[in-house]
Design a protein around this ligand. Sequence first.
Ligand SMILES: NC(=O)c1ccc[n+]([C@@H]2O[C@H](COP(=O)([O-])OP(=O)(O)OC[C@H]3O[C@@H](n4cnc5c(N)ncnc54)[C@H](OP(=O)(O)O)[C@@H]3O)[C@@H](O)[C@H]2O)c1
Length: 316
Amino acid sequence: MNTPARGRILLSITGFNPQRWYDLLSKERDVVLEPAGAEDPSIDYAVVWKQQPGILSRLPNLKAIFSIGAGVDHIFADDQLPDVPIVRVVADNLTQYMCEYVCWRVLDHHRQGAYYRTQQANKVWRDAHQPPANEVSVGIMGFGELGRHAARALLALGFSVNGWSRGVRTMDGVSTFHGEDGLTPFLNATDILVILLPLTAATQGIVDHSVLARLRQDGPLGGPCLINAGRGRLHKETDILRALEERILKEASLDVFEREPLAPESPLWNHPRVFITPHAAAVSDPAHLAAPMLAQMDAFERGEPLGNLVDPEVGY
Ligand SMILES: NC(=O)c1ccc[n+]([C@@H]2O[C@H](COP(=O)([O-])OP(=O)(O)OC[C@H]3O[C@@H](n4cnc5c(N)ncnc54)[C@H](OP(=O)(O)O)[C@@H]3O)[C@@H](O)[C@H]2O)c1
């Protein structure tokens, strides 16, 4: 009996060097590195990050698209996508990185890191009032894989946790809200807002001045804080800066920006109450992600369904 040939992969990555992905995927399959492979009928799968628009629709026998990240907005930026399944990353390694980032930033705002860093720079020895964690509510906007995992860690640290999602989601110990109607009560009950939404047509620009103004203003931290580790185009940077100046926002931790890299002239860089990381909260590490991706292709070729599928109707 002949063993069926294993599907070939087109690797289309822009913005960083694809070599490690190429090396790891090539251990098991024939990989074509874009710009080679255009219109190649022997290609079954595309593994992509910000692919060139239009290239995927010209692969006549493409069977599935694999995102190398949890988010897929970079795929939907292409308005000529073929009608094939899109698989995104759901992986313990990535989830753990994001959980660490969220806990790190929540604890820094909670334990007044910005205040003490300023004091240290000025050699000032003065302690600040420290509220207990259970008096502080962390609201997670985007209560999916990453948000729910972070919620469990934050509960273990003793915080009160709120979650907001599109559909109804529940979790023991968490106050959950959903949809448009749930947004204001969710925000009103939140001291530290963590953004872990996908970027879609419905969520673009959602973190604006009106959202920030609805955060709990009389909470124990002396003002609400924002943490965005989802996507930069979920927020409006001018609104964040305005809210900081108006003091309706006390501090912000931003990992993602409307335009990346963040422009040198952005006032966010030097703002004393803003903490910046360069889209590094949860990096897709091919050493952990390539093998499960190849295993999914093997399973698919044995006739098993693909997992972690994206719904193109909602865009995530
Ligand atoms: N900064 C980084 O390094 C980094 C790394 C990885 C991922 N990310 C970002 O994190 C995002 C989340 O990843 P994930 O794996 O947790 O995604 P996920 O499992 O798909 O969860 C998304 C959550 O957002 C909710 N949501 C989507 N659209 C909504 C809307 N219009 N209104 C209200 N809630 C909405 C979903 O609601 P339902 O539960 O009702 O579906 C779900 O709870 C990714 O899309 C990516 O952009 C960033």
